[in-house]
Design a protein around this ligand. Structure first.
Ligand SMILES: Cc1cc2nc3c(=O)[nH]c(=O)nc-3n(C[C@H](O)[C@H](O)[C@H](O)COP(=O)(O)O)c2cc1C
Length: 360
């Protein structure tokens, strides 16, 4: 590949590792503990095999679909990933431009280095979600929601798998710390701080006492639909529906929280079954190929989110790199759908994947 254009996500991942300094690379690439879950998220896709059908008219194939009723060019959305200015000077604004150019939704992190207002001003309109942590001070939580509402965001994604940050050993080894000019301005503004706020300070503000009734109250007060991110069991899938979640993201936070939980792909089935069609179920963790998206659809996901994949694109070539990664994933998915005998994401069913995973 030396000297030539990257052609897949793995190429971008290798180039990003070369480009970033070790502390920042470890922050984005790493997971919690022994990184078993981090590795398994990717490996789980390798355990699945597709079941193509032949003699189906695939002369016209579209990857377009809807998520929460919003049209998107493909069932792959950009996951919330914190501190994107660590890899590119335009950070989340560049990522939002890339997502808009490709016609898919971007989810902006609470810990983004650009506020919702800056993203709205700096990128063309496009489907956009805002990821939220629920703070002990509900006034701060409400202020963050208000900024997202005011700037045209379409949904709130409440992340509930991080009452505390996981123990990320790579960061401990590299001594990674945010540079002075990188922080979370939306949180700083919501708490009324003039000073940049550190990651530790943000997590100290997050409410570890949050329970289902609090979630229900938040969901009923909020003017936007609330998507619940970080569900990993059938029980919590049911509770999410009962307490007002508009949709569910099966996620283990990219292996960055509780190490030792299964790959999110391996949990998708039980959550889909428990939710029983009452809500859309999305999944994230380990998506590196368009064919991974096809596998997730076959296992019942409405769409996937990708965190590191577009981030590597952003690190390698800014907005253009993020856009290229999204385009590569979309064209890989289009080819996978065609060869599966599916003319659209909706045509993918449980019959398109082998029932049992393969352990080789
Ligand atoms: C460096 C990094 C920062 C992240 N920051 C957030 C965040 O601020 N909020 C959140 O809900 N999820 C966050 N996530 C988790 C992602 O939204 C997503 O669940 C995960 O990256 C999916 O796995 P993948 O990277 O293998 O696609 C982060 C992930 C990474 C890698």
């Amino acid at each position: 590949m030396a000297g030539s254009e990257p052609i897949n996500v793995a190429d971008y991942e290798r180039l990003a590792e070369r480009r970033l300094e070790p502390g920042a690379h470890g922050y984005f690439a790493g997971g919690a503990g022994a990184e078993r879950t981090l590795r398994d998220n990717v490996a789980a896709f390798g355990r699945r095999r597709l079941r193509p059908r032949v003699l189906v008219d695939v002369s016209r194939v579209s990857t377009a679909t809807t998520v929460l009723g919003t049209p998107v060019s493909m069932p792959l959305l950009v996951a919330p990933v914190a501190f994107q200015r660590l890899v590119d000077p335009d950070g989340e604004v560049a990522m939002a431009r890339a997502a808009a150019a490709v016609g898919t939704a971007m989810c902006l992190s609470t810990l983004a280095t650009s506020r919702p207002s800056e993203v709205a001003a700096g990128a063309p309109p496009g489907p956009r979600w805002f990821q939220l942590y629920c703070f002990r001070d509900r006034g701060v939580t409400r202020a963050l929601i208000e900024e997202a509402v005011e700037h045209g965001f379409d949904a709130i994604v409440l992340t509930v798998d991080a009452p505390r940050a996981g123990r990320r050993e790579r960061d401990l080894r590299t001594g990674f710390a945010l540079p002075a000019d990188v922080s979370a301005p939306a949180v700083a503004a919501a708490v009324g701080s003039e000073e940049p706020i550190t990651v530790k300070e943000v997590f100290d503000l997050v409410d570890p006492a949050l329970e289902w009734d609090d979630f229900a109250a938040l969901a009923s007060d909020c003017r936007l639909p609330i998507v619940l991110k970080g569900v990993q069991t059938a029980e919590d899938g049911r509770l999410a529906v009962d307490h007002g979640a508009a949709a569910i993201v099966v996620s283990n936070h990219g292996g960055r929280q509780l190490d030792g939980v299964p790959a999110s792909l391996d949990l998708l089935g039980e959550v889909v079954e428990a939710v029983a069609g009452r809500r859309e179920v999305l999944v994230d963790g380990g998506v590196r190929r368009g064919s991974d998206v096809a596998v997730a659809l076959a296992l019942g996901a409405r769409a996937v989110l990708a965190g590191r994949a577009p981030l590597w694109g952003l690190a390698v070539d800014g907005e253009r790199g993020a856009r290229r990664v999204l385009e590569i994933l979309r064209s890989e998915l289009e080819l996978a759908l065609t060869l599966l005998g599916c003319s659209s994401p909706d045509a993918v069913t449980a019959e398109h994947v082998r029932r049992e995973p393969i352990f080789d």
